[in-house]
Design a protein around this ligand. Structure first.
Ligand SMILES: [Zn+2]
Length: 358
């Protein structure tokens, strides 16, 4: 049987120019024994699962996967801890760790998306003990149902700009104009004209509410000409008129999947950081793991990432969390804002259109 190749050194100094690594020893602990490797570049030794979410985990990986699965199915941390017999702080720590991983996975994989039609919306989140509500910006690529970006923060010009820059950055430059549909939020028009320019047709749906119900929806073209809109709608296989129903459907999925976002819930969102974590996990789950009911082809249902051609089939939490995160530069606008442009790539998952394995 051919021996498996030794993994790349996870040290940030070595991962840009990987050095040769060799088998070093086997470390036995009370839980299990694990192979260690030695890097010729920096001389350090490392475990086979260094860089994965399971590194230095003292419980079975299966239990870790269960905690993550429950979190994206609407179970609160306290409920997960009770159901699995863990302490709430362990659950919190594991979810934070899994979220870092999910974020790196989303960042590395959601690239070069073919965008015929984009829909964007903001979701209001009430948080514990603060007056101003938080907002979650989401953008979906309608044809593949791919959840492109999520940004948590106040509804400001800066955040709106960051959100659309991030969405634009994840899309491929195409011959036809992208149809971008949003609500009538005051900054949308300005920002989309600036970020997408003549490569898009921008339409808005303005809803009028009375006693919490929609009484009227006005649809209007904001950027582009009528013939451009007809052309863009002609290319879209899903929309026959201006609408934001696909992103609203995604928002409903988000609300129902996270305990703190459900309506009339007692599980309030404690902090912006924890909301961001949960959204990253959910985005990973929604895009890569859960088959989408509207992407049904014969008997098989596809995941949004599969439909977008980013992966060959549905993935599992084990596959995502055991991918190794290695440090390489990244230029996503949101990532640059978040951590100064330095962050992660995923080893063992080929990213389309780059031809490298980083
Ligand atoms: Zn090294």
């Amino acid at each position: 049987m051919p021996r498996r190749p030794a993994p790349v050194c996870p040290s940030p100094t070595c991962s840009d120019q990987p050095a040769r690594t060799i088998r070093h020893s086997i470390l036995s602990t009370r839980q299990r024994s694990q192979r260690r490797y030695r890097c010729h570049g920096c001389g350090r030794t490392f475990a086979a699962n260094a860089g994965t979410a399971y590194h230095r985990l003292r419980h079975p990986p299966k239990l870790f996967d269960q905690v993550v699965s429950l979190a994206v199915e609407g179970s609160s941390r306290a409920a997960t801890a009770r159901a699995l017999g863990l302490s709430p702080s362990t659950v919190r720590r594991w979810l934070a760790r899994a979220a870092v991983h999910a974020q790196a996975f989303n960042d590395a994989k959601l690239r070069e998306v073919s965008a015929v039609e984009l829909q964007s919306d903001e979701l209001k989140v009430r948080t514990e003990g603060r007056q101003a509500p938080l907002w979650t910006y989401t953008a979906v690529e309608v044809w593949s149902r791919l959840w492109l970006t999520s940004l948590v923060g106040r509804r400001t010009l800066r955040n709106t700009l960051l959100h659309f820059r991030e969405a634009r950055w994840r899309c491929r430059v195409e011959a036809g104009r992208t149809l971008v549909t949003t609500d009538a939020f005051k900054y949308n028009e300005r920002v989309i004209a600036r970020v997408f320019g003549p490569t898009c047709v921008h339409a808005q749906v303005e809803k009028r509410y009375r006693k919490g119900r929609v009484v009227r929806a006005e649809r209007r073209l904001v950027l582009g000409q009528d013939w451009m809109l007809d052309e863009a709608l002609g290319r879209s296989e899903d929309s026959k008129s201006i609408n934001t129903s696909y992103v609203e459907r995604l928002n409903l999925t988000i609300r129902r999947s996270l305990a703190c976002l459900q309506r009339k819930t007692t599980a309030m969102c404690r902090s912006e950081a924890s909301l961001r974590e949960q959204l990253e996990l959910l985005r990973c789950y929604y895009n890569f793991i859960r088959p989408h009911s509207s992407l049904k082809f014969g008997r098989k249902k596809r995941t949004p990432a599969q439909q977008a051609g980013l992966v060959a089939g549905p993935l599992s939490w084990r596959r995502i969390l055991s991918a190794r995160i290695l440090g390489t530069p990244r230029r996503s606008p949101l990532a640059t804002m978040r951590d100064g442009g330095r962050a992660c790539a995923i080893q063992g998952h080929r990213i389309r259109g780059r031809g490298s394995n980083s």
